[in-house]
Design a protein around this ligand. Sequence first.
Ligand SMILES: Nc1ncnc2c1ncn2[C@@H]1O[C@H](COP(=O)(O)OP(=O)(O)OP(=O)(O)O)[C@@H](O)[C@H]1O
Length: 375
Amino acid sequence: MIHVGDKVQEINGILVRNKDPKEMVMILSRLSGPVTLKLGPTEAGDTGMQERSSNTRVKALFDYNPREDPLIPCQDAGLQFKKGDILHIVSQDDPLWWQAKKEGDATSSAGLIPARLLQESPCRISPRIKRSKKVRKMMYQAVQSGEFDHGEIATYEEVELFHPRSGIYRPLVLVGPPHVGRNELKRRLIASNPGHFAEVVPYTSRPKRPFEEYGREYNFITREEMESGILAQRFVEHGEYRGNLYGIRLDSITSIIRAGKVCILTPNVQAIKAVRTAELRPFIIYIRPPSLERLKDSRKNQKAMVTLEDGDTRSFDDEDYESMTILSQKLEDTYGHLFDKVITNNHLPIATTELVKIAQSVETDPHWVPISWLQ
Ligand SMILES: Nc1ncnc2c1ncn2[C@@H]1O[C@H](COP(=O)(O)OP(=O)(O)OP(=O)(O)O)[C@@H](O)[C@H]1O
């Protein structure tokens, strides 16, 4: 927060506001030990700070602890944050170190955070590159000449507050490891207000079974129709199981939105990128399994069943619980920055209440969304 033109007001508590710089140097030269300077902006009336601050807000897509960052020029001046935190960027004057505050935390003072370019630099990506002064100098030069490829590395996402409008509802997307309970929670949410929430009917090339109805369990179409739809990118998600294709079509989602209902989706986590668009503006909720012990107990008590792709069911086994736990950690590491909320699905009624509350809040409260969705 120091800027060219700021004036020294105090040195170790001694008022020096209107003193000649030479006198200040004299005072400084007489001091030993730590020196604390109190600075103020040049303009009277303290408006300088306001004028300098920017309105940029970003969502952090990684965890950052200045105490573990050997590159930061001053660890005490760093701002610690977690993946998903919204940061108010106060200054981007320095190409490598931005100044930011935590959004919504009035007590948080501005601190240094690595700028996007620094975070995407080879020093960060490859820990083997020695973090020497020479490397830092090279980085500065590369940053200034724009040499870094900063395409795919998750650093910060610029966000803006989205104010919901009545009648146009954001789809709720429940993701998580297979069998964690996304469909169970979806069913319970829809049952809480059946006229308001709706689910999409998937498409399949599998032949209809006698007890099934067209457009109820699935929309049954031919394999050729499905393949041409996939090629034309009409599906946000598709996959093959036992020789049959299954998938969710984009127009199934948009028609629910146009009908003024809240669309609830439970796609594979890999489909997040296909649904996280300005057109759909989804709200993504990650369903996390509880601890391995609680997972086993709760599912055994409930006599839980694994549902297979084609609708058949089977019992859970120990491998299901273990792979769910391991996969959940991997999914959070890979996609965690895209989740708007996380629900731990331990006790079903509690998880359902939490989901109902989140659904209400998405309809009524402003939430941060990528700025590109609002432009
Ligand atoms: N919190 C819970 N406690 C006990 N049982 C649960 C809980 N949540 C879900 N279940 C049960 O676990 C089983 C699997 O749940 P569900 O089919 O909803 O999972 P899913 O995430 O939709 O899985 P899939 O990847 O197969 O679509 C169901 O029998 C469901 O009733």
